[in-house]
Design a protein around this ligand. Structure first.
Ligand SMILES: [Zn+2]
Length: 189
């Protein structure tokens, strides 16, 4: 039985509700869309996995406001049902010096926590981003409402110049690092 991975590319296209952060000429929603599509293509080439994405096309718009945009992603994953939910995001801060990768999970005593640790370590080692650790965020809707192990991945900071270059130029590398982290967690190779 294939392992079912739901990839949630955070946010909606520019100009719609629930669009993401901006910085250094980049838009979060474009980066999350591309990294999710790369990860989808990698997983489609591995028969051990089945994969669905929240935004199959660059024009896909989910929900009619911020809250239904999030609930649409969660209900799709829950009704499939997915085995793992990976939400891809890009971070931002008013301080341009803040940089690095972090992952959010609902609770520390969970498989999600170990999966997040594995993905985080893989990204940090492949992309040479700063390790900002796995953080506990029970308030996040997509972590609270998903019925399966769920990790929200903040790839890097769009508002930090060095991170933004990686987000712009190394999108495939982010996807393959997430894939490697998933394999490490599942003890596959
Ligand atoms: Zn985001």
């Amino acid at each position: 039985m294939a392992i079912k991975i739901f990839i949630d590319q955070g946010h909606n296209p520019t100009g719609f509700h629930n669009s993401g952060a901006e910085g250094n000429g980049l838009f979060e929603q474009d980066i999350t869309y591309n990294v999710g599509k790369y990860l989808e293509s990698i997983l489609k080439n591995d028969p051990r996995f089945e994969v669905k994405v929240s935004r199959p096309n660059s024009t896909t718009v989910l929900g009619t406001n911020n809250s239904t945009s999030l609930s649409a992603r969660v209900s799709e994953a829950n009704s499939w049902p997915a085995d793992y939910f990976l939400s891809i995001h890009v971070n931002a801060n008013t301080n341009p010096n803040i940089n690095g990768t972090e992952c959010y999970v609902y609770s520390e005593s969970s498989q999600s926590y170990y999966l997040a640790t594995s993905i985080l370590n893989s990204i940090v080692s492949e992309l040479k981003t700063k390790n900002n650790e796995v953080r506990i965020r029970p308030s996040l809707y997509v972590l609270r409402k998903t019925n399966m192990s769920a990790v929200l991945i903040e790839l890097a900071y769009i508002t930090n110049y060095a991170d933004s270059l990686k987000l712009k130029n190394d999108q495939y590398k982010f996807a393959s690092a997430i894939y490697q982290g998933l394999l490490d967690y599942l003890k596959l190779s």
